[in-house]
Design a protein around this ligand. Sequence first.
Ligand code: ADP
Ligand code: ZN
Length: 681
Amino acid sequence: MNVVKVAVDAPLLDPLTYLQNSDFTVSRGDVVNVTLGNRNVKGFVLSAFTTTQEEINKEFGKEVKLKPVASINEEWIKLKDPYLTWLEWVAEYYIHPIGQVMNLAFPPLAKQTKTRASKRPPVIPNLAPKPKPELTPEQKKCVESISLNSGFKTHLIHGVTGSGKTEIYLRLFEQCLEKKQKGMFLLPEISLTPQLVNRFVERFGDQVAVLHSQLTDRERTNQWWEIIQGEKNILIGARSALFCPVDNIGLIVVDEEHETSFKQDEKLKYNGRDCAIMLAKHNNCAVILGSATPSLESWKNASENKYQLHSLVSRVADRPLPEVTITDMRLEKENSERKSIIPFWLSTELFNRMTVSLANNEQVALLLNRRGMAQVVFCPSCGYTADCPNCDISLTLHARHHLVCHYCDYHQNFEVKCPDCSEGELTPLGLGTERVEEDLKTLFPDKRIARADRDEITNRVEMEELINNMEQGEIDILIGTQMIAKGLDFPKLKLVGLLLADVGFNLPDFRSSEKSFQLITQMAGRAGRHVTGDESPGSVVIQAYNTEHESLQFAQKHDYVGFAEHELLNRSPLKYPPFQKMLSFRVTSMSQEKSQTTAKYILARAQALKEKYPQFYSQIEVLGPAASPLSRLKNQYRYHLILKGTKAVELNQLARQIISDEKWIPAQVKVLVDVDPMSLL
Ligand code: ADP
Ligand code: ZN
């Protein structure tokens, strides 16, 4: 009899077996409808083959009566190899239901030829072509050493901020189009700015399609079809653009490859960078990772010659890198020059430099990676702090009247009188972007001040407006969260200040130094990107308490390589990535006891399997279980366990065996597997 293996769109790790329908025949890649229990679900045919009832019974260990495929799903296209093989790899590697992974490869809405006129700006602007600049010698050398004709190869471009990496990508995409192949350009959502898209449109005109989270479902569906039908040949997008089944790929570029936001931390917990490398491998084409601060994973691969390294050590046109000063906030109290008008969060050094810059009509940007007015509100009489009722987190004060949880969005009004002792008055403590904005307005009353954080900039149009205002010089001081640190290029920006630069150092995560170094370097790289030889360079002031921290010391010297070597030495004895692979289990439940018991049970299962199969698992280390640093979020108690080992396949296999036969997981408890976790909070 003729049967097919179908990946059904349901939470099942493995495909199911169906009979071929006697009225039609389906083959690998077809999208079909099948019955699952008494439901009708979408499915994806993985293979078709001939077998016997006897074989089937043997496979299932009992007598089974297979159902036929119900119908072909005409709405979607057939998935082809190598794309389909890549999807199978994703499901396998991330231990995720294969039908749900396949389902990601389709747009949100059905195809539709007519689109209603919309008041939204066009997804792709209409821009006149711009002449190409002549490449700098460094750029030229890099472009020439990357060949699009030698099959799969991973390149790492390590180039200081402003060294012209984007121009290199543009040249390589040109070559890709000349070969009549398609290109994919991936970058973190936050760096996917209109400025960047415009540079591609100015070069490639109507060949460009874009996919990101700010599009409506209709816009996304239209972009999807345009690239699938070959009307567009370059796809620019955030990590999810990988799931657009582009055929004939000749080049994939992952910019800002170090960004942890390439990792999706819910549902399919994939890393867009790693998946891009695998997609290039399946397409036998070149893949380029670019960054001013490469991830230590990529850096180690490059130093072991698994990736080809290309370094750009200077900015284009010999524009100087900014001068970086570190100021110690602990010494401010004793600073005799300090004026009383200076707010507590600002150093005399940064204040003086701001005053000079603003007097020269130069722009200033301040980075503070905290939203709101104050981090906590606290009662000095009884010690009460306002905490979120759903999370193990204090509420942040917004404006002067609103308390908000940054994890679950719980809101309540802020009452000054302490609800606990009814005597004290709740006092705001700490700092956020709103507070900085308010103080700046008092300090520099005649300057135009703008704030960029998730409360203020909520969509594409607002971001475009902000960028426009910066470019036109209609903003004097910009205060923002990491939103302003990534990818932006403002010619008039000369001075950058980093407030509380050391907030990220002490997070209980082995990557916290790396992440801080990256953010500081990226933000510092925004300063003076367009100064010419005879102008003074841009400048950066880093305000911190822990001024000796290596992330600051290396960032001050623009010394990525020094930082990477230092940090690798730190991680090596502890066998943290990139020295070993990691896989985490996260257990969540409304009941703390159930979470904890389940987590302990996972440990027991892991240990039993290690004992049973020492030939495979003896090298794997099991850490935990422990309460997660954020021990309760959205009313869920959180525990985790970590597997560490040298071989990804072994970790994968052990994790599958642990979660197999899921009946042992109690009701209302969730066990989530995260392969190569990026955050352990
Ligand atoms: P990166 O991506 O490395 O930070 P960009 O590609 O954004 O750097 O380049 C920085 C600036 O230099 C941009 O404004 C870009 O237009 C300009 N630029 C890039 N390459 C050249 C070149 N060869 N000649 C002149 N200007 C260039
Ligand atoms: Zn909350």
